[in-house]
Design a protein around this ligand. Structure first.
Ligand SMILES: [Zn+2]
Length: 249
């Protein structure tokens, strides 16, 4: 059975291949935030079933951003069950793959000699990292939250990692789902703790710092990142730490 952590009442975090998936529950209905790699679909489905639910109980799915490691179960459930997918208005075209804002295998060639890069590449390739996925019919969510979905997530525009990246705030629980705007670990990073992703993953490095400023204004003490462990720390302190690590950027 896929392990699932309840990080706040009816807020669950499950793991795909070095990437996190978030499930919000309201009675019988669920919201899924991000969906792991294509190879993580069974793990996401297992996480939902371990909570006593079925994928069909998902009322709506949110993408923090349209990178392959966040799209797996989202695309699968969209195709299989017709569950609607919502993104930031700016991310809709990316989710449809009208363009691609993602590192490809050749971007990692100069890094291959570094410790851990090759095993990571092989692991994520097995999980479907080189597959071409798109969301057939993504919808833009309204830019002002809370959304009319189980768990009432509030989108927070955190453009930078991709042009339309969004985080999701759950003010009633003091939880912030940061996606890849702020992570706490990554196989290609030597450090653990709040940080930006290695720059190879980012579309625009200036905006990733502006996105941190936006996160720092929120009232949240539980940080659920796209990659790395969940942290119980005020978001403003996590942002300070990530800024410090970003140092010379
Ligand atoms: Zn990403």
């Amino acid at each position: 059975m896929t392990p699932v952590d309840e990080v706040a009442p009816n807020v669950f975090c499950a793991a795909g291949t070095d990437v996190n998936v978030v499930i919000l529950r309201d009675g019988d209905a669920l919201t899924l935030i991000d969906g792991g790699y294509p190879g993580d679909v069974a793990a996401v489905e297992g996480a939902i079933r371990s909570l006593g639910h079925r994928p069909e109980d998902v009322q709506g799915m949110l993408l923090t951003h349209a990178h392959i490691d966040h799209m797996g179960a989202i695309v699968s459930f969209h195709e299989r069950y017709g569950i609607p997918v919502f993104t930031d208005p700016t991310e809709v075209a990316h989710a449809r793959r009208e363009h691609l804002e993602q590192a490809t295998a050749k971007d990692f060639l100069p890094m291959l000699h570094r410790h851990g890069v090759l095993p990571w590449l092989l692991r994520v390739a097995r999980a479907g990292a080189t597959r071409h996925l798109s969301v057939r019919e993504p919808h833009a969510f309204p830019s002002e939250g809370p959304l009319d979905l189980p768990g009432a997530p509030v989108p927070v525009a955190t453009h930078g990692h991709t042009s339309g990246h969004a985080a999701f705030h759950l003010p009633q629980h003091g939880v912030i789902v940061t996606g890849d705007a702020l992570v706490t670990a990554h196989p290609l990073s030597k450090v653990r703790g709040p940080q930006l992703l290695p720059p190879v993953f980012d579309h625009g490095k200036t905006d990733t710092l502006a996105a941190l400023d936006r996160l720092a204004t929120l009232d949240a003490r539980t940080l659920v990142p796209g990659h790395g462990p969940v942290l119980s720390v005020p978001i403003s302190a996590a942002v300070d730490e990530a800024r410090e690590r970003a140092g010379g950027r």
